[in-house]
Design a protein around this ligand. Structure first.
Ligand code: NAD
Ligand code: APR
Length: 238
């Protein structure tokens, strides 16, 4: 309630180095389904069938259909107020960076500069074989790599794949330096990103629509919608 938001606003003001960690819950108010809520992706589709290297290599038609559908769905959506507020907070020095599990690119589209895409980006396409970048249209039209004929895929981290090491290390370093970590819209179910909040030596805040199995380790849990909460906090701050 209000006193929680007042406390959160105070911590934001006092913090010298704030890092924000976001998940799919940050984009549901833009119309993008998350994964594990009641109407999330993994309630309709088994991730093992579409979001794994095995799916890419042995069931390419299903893999392709899933990511083609997600890319097409993204074209009709855009960042919401919460994305823009986070970009404004970076602009006026209130936060240092955003580590995100999201692949939609909405933080950058809303103006955020320092964004660590821990699970890659669905907007970038590369060849699974020769790793050369390819354009999204070639992927959407079901074409193969025009250099080596290999399978095209979005540059996202599939289950069982390594996270981009350079990005991971930068995010880890930022979290270790932070005196405030704000986690927004994630069930904290997926390794290794779900280890980040516990690594923080600073204060931790969780803004989430539902409870998670890590709620009790946060200094403050704000139950609610990312866009709405960020809007309310922004009104307290400015
Ligand atoms: P998992 O244990 O299979 O994956 C964790 C992955 O992180 C492992 O591949 C492991 O090698 C890697 N990892 C562990 N420590 C690391 C480190 N220090 N630096 C870099 N990488 C490290 O767990 P999972 O639940 O199967 O998910 C695997 C990954 O795939 C997760 O990041 C998940 O979010 C991602 N994923 C992405 C999509 C998508 O559509 N973008 C869908 C499903 C899963
Ligand atoms: N505001 C705040 N929280 C929200 C909102 C919202 N508008 N909408 C949903 N949530 C919450 C849900 O209650 C849920 O706890 O966000 C959380 C989303 O959790 P997941 O669906 O598990 O998404 P995420 O944590 O990002 O998943 C991690 O799993 O499949 C992989 O690679 C995929 O990056 C993803 C990773």
């Amino acid at each position: 309630e209000d006193s929680d938001l007042a406390r959160f606003s105070l911590w934001l003001r006092q913090s010298k180095f704030t890092v924000v960690l976001t998940g799919a819950g940050m984009s549901t108010e833009s119309g993008i389904p998350d994964f594990r809520s009641k109407d999330g992706w993994w309630r309709q589709i088994d991730p093992q069938k579409v979001a794994t290297v095995n799916a890419l290599e042995n069931h390419y038609d299903l893999f392709h259909q899933f990511y083609q559908f997600r890319i097409r769905g993204l074209e009709k959506c855009q960042p919401h107020r919460g994305h823009y507020i986070l970009a404004e907070w970076e602009e006026n020095g209130l936060i240092h960076s955003i580590a995100t599990q999201n692949v939609d690119g909405f933080h950058q589209q809303a103006g955020s500069k320092q964004v660590y895409e821990l699970h890659g980006s669905i907007r970038k396409i590369r060849c699974q074989n020769c790793e050369l970048p390819a354009d999204a249209d070639a992927f959407l039209e079901g074409k193969g790599c025009n250099t080596c004929g290999g399978k095209l895929r979005p540059d996202v981290v599939l289950f069982g794949e390594m996270l981009p090491q350079y990005t991971w290390n930068n995010a880890l370093h930022a979290i270790q330096k932070a005196d405030l970590v704000v986690v927004i819209g994630t069930s904290l179910q997926v390794y290794p990103v779900n280890q980040l909040p516990a690594i923080s030596k600073g204060k931790t805040v969780l803004i989430n629509a539902e409870s998670t199995d890590q709620d009790q380790m946060f200094d403050l849990v704000v139950r609610g919608k990312a866009g709405e909460i960020l809007q309310q906090v922004n009104e307290i701050l400015f």
